[in-house]
Design a protein around this ligand. Structure first.
Ligand code: ATP
Length: 228
């Protein structure tokens, strides 16, 4: 059974329908890329998984349980760690406090997060609002990991960051993958995303139009669905 499985998910903002039938799955230990042009429904899919948008149709199964209709905090507690767009941290807490308040379970510790992101280790006593954008992103990923998620979800984690910091984030994702972490990732940098992904799903106008391995996403399909 898949760790995460979405079937025919339909979601709305008020009367306006954004998802018309999203199918998606993540197996244990897999890195899955969720792709599509702007406005095609990637963030809405993630919000639907987390219960922040309530689907009105279809099903979402996580770790063997139907989660549609559950409250967002209950869904997160079952083992989904989100790194949202915009890298939210507590601005007036230090790096160390930000990490410790997120801690749940014992697998991920302060030591393990700072081994993954040494820059955070050098700044444990610094307030989060004094970090650079890239460091805040690392902190957001660290916070999600401290919850010991069975599934880590990253929404545009490298957007707007300096190239050297992006490289650090991609290197961290490769290490997480090697450690067997299941990951669902949205990102526009195909040259980094495709080599790390085990499978890809592409959305167009709120519908899944492609599922397959990265090498099946040919230049023609990339052009058709992603406009690259
Ligand atoms: P992007 O790459 O630009 O973030 P996306 O693929 O994540 O795009 P979504 O943000 O999920 O796309 O948007 C899907 C559709 O839902 C779009 O038509 C968008 O305008 C609409 N939408 C998104 N958020 C809201 C909202 N809060 N209220 C109303 N409509 C929304």
């Amino acid at each position: 059974m898949s760790l995460l499985s979405l079937k025919g998910v339909e979601s709305f903002y008020g009367a306006s329908q954004a998802l018309f039938g999203v199918d998606l799955s993540v197996e244990d230990g897999e890195v899955v890329a969720l792709m599509g042009r702007n406005g095609m429904g990637k963030t809405t899919t993630i919000s639907s998984i987390l219960g922040m948008v309530k689907p009105r149709g279809g099903s979402i199964n996580f770790a063997g349980k139907e989660i549609v209709g559950q409250q967002p905090h209950r869904i997160a507690q079952q083992g989904i760690g989100l790194v949202p767009e915009g890298r939210r941290c507590f601005p007036n807490l230090t790096v160390e406090e930000n990490l410790l308040v997120a801690a749940r379970g014992s697998d991920w510790t302060l030591a393990r997060v700072t081994e993954l992101f040494p820059r955070l280790g050098e700044r444990l006593g610094q307030y989060a609002n004094t970090l650079s954008g890239g460091e805040q992103q690392m902190l957001a990923i660290g916070r999600a990991l401290m919850t010991n998620p069975r599934l880590l979800i990253l929404d545009e984690a490298t957007e707007g960051l300096a190239p050297v910091i992006r490289q650090d984030i991609w290197a961290a994702l490769r290490k997480l993958k090697a450690a067997g972490q299941s990951i669902l990732v949205v990102d526009k940098t195909l040259s980094e995303l495709l080599p790390v992904a085990d499978r890809c799903f592409v959305l167009e106008k709120g519908v899944t139009v492609f599922e397959g391995k990265p090498d099946a996403l040919t230049a023609e399909l990339q052009d058709r669905y992603l406009g690259v």
